[in-house]
Design a protein around this ligand. Sequence first.
Ligand SMILES: *Cc1c(COP(=O)(O)O)cnc(C)c1O
Length: 384
Amino acid sequence: MEKRNVYLDYSATTPLKDEVLEAMMPYLKEKYGNPSSIYSKGIENKEAIKTSRLQISKLINSEKDEIYFTGSGSESDNWAIFGTASSLRCKHIITSNIEHHAVLNSLEHLESQGYEVTYLKVNEQGLINPDDLEKAIKDDTILVTIMMANNEIGTIQPIKKLARIAHDKGVLFHCDAVQALGNIPIDVNKLGVDMMSFSAHKLYGPKGIGALFIKDGVEIDNLIYGGAQENGKRAGTENVPSIVGFGKASALALSGLTEHIAHCLELRNYFADRLFEDVFDTHVNGTMLDRLPGNLNISFDFIEGEAILMMLDYMGISVSTGSACSSSSGSPSHVLSAIGVPESRTYGTIRFSIGDFTTKEDIDYVIDAIKDITKKLKELSPFK
Ligand SMILES: *Cc1c(COP(=O)(O)O)cnc(C)c1O
């Protein structure tokens, strides 16, 4: 088998698209003015930021002034949570037990400060039961924060229903949509969310640039104080090249969304079919219905995920066990535990995530590699 490089970790990050890099280049070189300066060299940068805000707002059907740039998806999550917690003095927040660590660790910090947090359980498909949310809301609940699509198993939550339940009781609703943006349609008005987090590097944009949608009229405290950037809500000279890249990536995502979804679904389903046909003792985690189009999370019986990952890497294939953020910690994934995957099996789990540059030949190569590797590893396994 001739070696090829295959990247199947689009949920961890995506390559920058050529058009995005091209849009960014002038702002890394000749257009270096400070957007707050009032001469032409500054104003052209202020205009570029405005254009990007408009491009992102079109992708989520918001007003452009409801988009606030941040330094990452993690910062957006932190801002939504801490900004709400400090502006509303009540003490109870509701989330799920499969959130990203940017949400879970922020809430853990609030717990250490005396806040109370309820962690809603998900079913074996990774879905939250809306009735559970309704029952969990109390008089002093200030915020519900639930992700749109999970970064490990790809499960898509019924956000519209959940947001309505929160609103009926006068509670703010924040949604981490970092995995969803550019992968499924998002309409913040239809969904009825108050805040939503995004990150450019998950949709073929640059790393280190995020955004928080804050619905007009929703007031939260600043996370960062200083100058008047971002309408006085997030200080710091803007990362103009990255903001421009984020805007371009959003425009491309909007015009190519139908095609992107069809491409990912076709290859994902082809991958799954071939895997079940050719490789024994595999299990899909999550659901095949409400799932991100490019996500496949597979447990292999009797073998270690890390071992498969290393051998795939040796063959030029990039995948991950669990999420990029927890894979270095060595502890079993909280998401897989939450959906009831037995601990022994969580260690044999690989997340494959497909994107725009994935081809059928890539999938064939990966399937053949997995066939080889699982056979070899099983021969070595003491459990078989
Ligand atoms: C990647 C990711 C984040 C963090 O975004 P960064 O820009 O990498 O900080 C947050 N939430 C989810 C669901 C993610 O997948």
